[in-house]
Structures are given as structure tokens and as C-alpha cells.
Design a protein around this ligand. Structure first.
Ligand SMILES: Cc1cc2nc3c(=O)[nH]c(=O)nc-3n(C[C@H](O)[C@H](O)[C@H](O)COP(=O)(O)OP(=O)(O)OC[C@H]3O[C@@H](n4cnc5c(N)ncnc54)[C@H](O)[C@@H]3O)c2cc1C
Length: 403
């Protein structure tokens, strides 16, 4: 039997952030992931300023991530066809970047290893139970792992949540999203593109740039839109043929591999965040942004908060750890979640999406700040949460400004 202070199930951003934080606090941490890294994760690969600040804090260096690309300009096309460029601030740190999840997640797990976490990739959690003040995990190829706490950072379908009986039957996530890699894309595809297509609202399509003429292209819809998920497969080839999408990808673009699709859970305000001595983080806590479906920043934040709660409570007070975790997650994410959900409703209709782009384009100031707000440089609900107002909040440097 393997013993440790904490077992982290899942080595994605949530699990790595938890493991790094725990290991740096001197905890003996074991990470198990069923995949061998580097592994692909169906994702748009977009890193918001919020995610970048978390990555910087955790000690991830962009230069070790081969597919890292910093982005300066974001283009948005409204449902009426109006196209606008939203520039990110220049020469003052990084506000938006793209990196394949295969590269990013492997690099982040390396940071966890360097911090002292014992990473066992290629080992799947099969079963788990809570006994005698411990969590016992049955892990393929490792046997039983016995720890005072477990962090469930095992994604949308969280097997840990399921085997502990904390799952909500029939839950399928708020978003469903497609993604495909392209090579040979044209020069327009070196920026970020977001297309608000009338038939996808409040969802959208995107092209996110990668180095060497590659791009991550995809689209997401909200389940509440009523569009049957099965229709997404039919829409995809047709969407790629739309003239404005073809124009951006260029005449030589070709797909690298079949598309992949995956749900995105975005209801942290109602999600169950713990079960006894297990705390759930990232997609396992349904932490993604309900307006955009972005979840890397939220995974990193909840992973760190789960670690801080365990560190704060110590091994003998699981109820206290759960209480700290729930309070800190709610304080960090719920106001922004509600604001995003509200704004997402405005995007359900063409008029709302058109108005949003028009307001965002009104002046150079609104353009600049819309881009920063969209990319989570400051919290979504910052205007209605004075407790978070700081001097220089709307003018600060991006991530990695000192390096
Ligand atoms: C198409 C699409 C596009 C997206 N685009 C973006 C974007 O551009 N930007 C953004 O910020 N977010 C985006 N997201 C959301 C983002 O991908 C997720 O929110 C994020 O990956 C959540 O991270 P996580 O660490 O919680 O989970 P994951 O990254 O899913 O990691 C979970 C880990 O758990 C492991 N695991 C699962 N089961 C077991 C088991 N039984 N035993 C052991 N390990 C197990 C998995 O192998 C995996 O490595 C997108 C999502 C989709 C579907």
C-alpha cells in the first residue's frame, strides 16, 4: 500500500496546480493520471490573462512549452458580419497566449515533479472509499493508495466523484465543443479570431494561432440553446466552408487529424465541491466560465484553493478543509460566474451579440478594455464587486512582465 499526505487524481491544470501548491508546502503528494503525458486534451488551447497569471505564479516558464504563442490581437465578428480588432496592450507582459494542451499540461506536471510531487501517469483510478479517517484509492498498476485527503481533478466525468457517490445523474455539462488542428494556415490566422455565428448563439466559433502555420479551430454551443448535439457533426464541415472562416484559414489550410468533441461543465455556483475528505477541482467542480467555456484559469485557481484548504485545515479536520474550500471557491469565482451567465444570456440573440460588439468598439479605450476583460485580465464582475477594486486594476502589466 502506498501512503502519502494527499492523493491528486488527474494531472491536468487543476491537479498540477494542487500538487505544486501542496508539495511546496512540504506535503507528500501523489498524482495519478490514467493518461501518459504528454497527452492531448480536447481544448481550444487558449490562455487568458487570468490563466497566464496563475501559470506564472506556479512557476511555469513559457520557453519550455514548444507550441507556446503569445497573441497581440483579437478579432471578433458579430452576427451581422461586422468585424472588429481588439488589441491587447503591447510591451507590458502577456495578456493572451495559445499552447497545445499536450505541451502545456506536460510542462506543468514537470513543475509539479520538480516541486517534489510523485507523478504516476499511465495509472487509472478504478475505485475509492472513505474509511477510518482516510481515503483509499485503487489505482491500476499501483495498488491501494491511502491518504488523509484526495483532490478530484479528474475532469468533466470525474471518476472519483462518481465512485464516492457525489455525482449528479444525467448531468452532461453546460457546453459542448468541437476542436480540430489545422496546418498550413494563412497569415490572418496568426491572430485570435472569434466568430459569433447567428446559428450558434450564444455559442461561437474560433481560430486560435499556434506556431509553424498551425491553428486550433473549433466551435462550442450551449446545451440550453436547444441545438441537438448530434447536429454539431453536420455543422462542422459547413462552418469551415463559410467564406469569412475560409478567408482567415487561407487556401492551403488542411486538417491534421479528425475533430474531437467534449463537454464543458460551467456551474460552479451549484456544483458539489467536496465529499468527505475529497475536494473536487477544475472541471470536476464544474468551474469553467459559463459565457465563454474557458476553464484553464478556473482549474488552476480551484486546484490551488483545494491545496490551500488542505494545508489550512491539517490532516485531522476534513470538515474544516471542506468549509475553507467552499468559502474560498465561492469568494473567488461565484460573482464572476453569475456575471458571465447574465452576459451569456444577452448573447443568446443576434441583437444582444451585435450590441455587445458595437459597445465594445465604441472608442479606443473600450476596445482595449474589452479585450482585457474578455481575456480575464480582471475579474468578470469587477465593477460590481468593490472589495476587489485595486489601484491600477485596469492598467496593470500582463503576466510574465518581469521576464
Ligand atoms: C473543445 C473545448 C475547447 C476548450 N477551449 C478552452 C480554451 O481555449 N481555454 C480554456 O481556458 N479552456 C478551454 N476549455 C475548457 C478546458 O479544456 C477545461 O476546463 C480544462 O481542461 C479543465 O482542466 P482540469 O484539470 O479540470 O481537467 P482536465 O484537463 O480534463 O484533466 C483531467 C485529467 O484527469 C485524468 N483522469 C480522468 N479519469 C481518470 C481516472 N479514472 N484515473 C486517473 N486519471 C483520470 C485525465 O486523463 C486528465 O488528464 C475547452 C474545452 C473544450 C471541450
Amino acid at each position: 500500500m502506498l501512503e502519502a499526505d494527499v492523493a491528486v487524481v488527474g494531472g491536468g491544470p487543476a491537479g498540477a496546480a494542487a500538487a505544486i501548491t501542496l508539495a511546496r508546502a512540504g506535503r507528500d503528494v501523489v498524482v495519478v493520471d490514467r493518461a501518459r503525458f504528454p497527452r492531448d486534451k480536447c481544448c481550444g488551447d487558449g490562455l487568458t490573462a487570468g490563466a497566464l497569471r496563475q501559470l506564472e505564479h506556479l512557476g511555469l516558464r513559457p520557453d519550455v512549452v514548444a507550441s507556446w504563442r503569445t497573441v497581440d490581437d483579437v478579432w471578433v465578428r458579430s452576427p451581422s458580419g461586422r468585424t472588429a480588432c481588439f488589441p491587447m496592450p503591447r510591451d507590458n507582459g502577456v495578456f493572451a497566449a495559445v499552447a497545445t494542451r499536450a505541451d502545456l499540461d506536460a510542462a506543468l506536471l514537470d513543475v509539479a515533479r520538480a516541486a517534489g510531487a510523485k507523478v504516476h501517469d499511465g495509472h487509472r483510478l478504478g475505485a475509492a472509499r472513505q474509511v477510518d479517517g482516510h481515503v483509499e484509492l485503487d489505482v491500476d498498476g499501483l495498488g491501494t493508495v491511502r491518504t488523509p485527503y484526495a483532490v478530484g481533478a479528474d475532469g468533466m466525468w470525474s471518476p472519483l466523484r462518481k465512485v464516492l457517490g457525489a455525482d449528479q445523474a444525467g448531468y452532461l455539462g453546460e457546453w459542448h465543443a468541437f476542436r480540430q488542428y489545422f496546418r498550413g494556415v494563412g497569415p490572418m490566422a496568426t491572430d485570435i479570431w472569434v466568430w459569433f455565428e447567428p446559428d450558434l448563439l450564444p455559442g461561437y466559433a474560433w481560430s486560435f494561432p499556434l506556431p509553424n502555420g498551425r491553428a486550433n479551430v473549433g466551435f462550442g454551443i450551449q446545451r440550453s440553446s436547444g441545438m441537438p448535439i448530434a447536429r454539431m457533426k453536420d455543422i462542422w464541415p459547413e462552418l469551415l466552408q463559410r467564406p469569412h472562416v475560409r478567408e482567415v484559414l487561407g487556401p492551403d489550410a488542411s486538417s491534421e487529424a479528425p475533430h474531437r468533441a467534449w463537454p464543458i461543465p460551467a456551474r460552479v455556483d451549484r456544483a458539489r465541491l467536496y465529499s468527505g475528505r475529497a475536494l473536487f477541482a477544475g472541471d470536476a467542480a464544474a468551474a469553467a466560465d459559463p459565457m465563454t467555456g474557458e476553464g484553464i484559469a478556473q482549474a488552476l485557481v480551484t486546484g490551488r484553493l483545494a491545496a490551500a484548504a488542505i494545508n489550512g485545515a491539517g490532516p485531522r479536520l476534513p470538515a474544516r478543509a471542506a468549509d475553507i474550500y467552499e468559502r474560498t471557491v465561492r469568494a473567488a469565482l461565484v460573482a464572476d460566474h453569475r456575471m458571465s451567465a447574465l452576459l451569456g444570456r444577452a448573447l443568446e440573440h443576434r441583437k444582444g451579440a451585435r450590441a455587445a460588439v458595437r459597445i465594445a468598439c465604441a472608442t479606443a479605450w473600450t476596445r482595449r478594455n474589452f479585450a482585457r476583460w474578455l481575456f480575464e485580465d480582471y475579474p468578470r464582475a469587477v465593477l460590481v464587486t468593490p472589495r476587489r477594486w485595486r489601484r491600477g486594476m485596469l492598467t496593470g502589466a500582463g503576466a510574465y512582465a518581469r521576464t
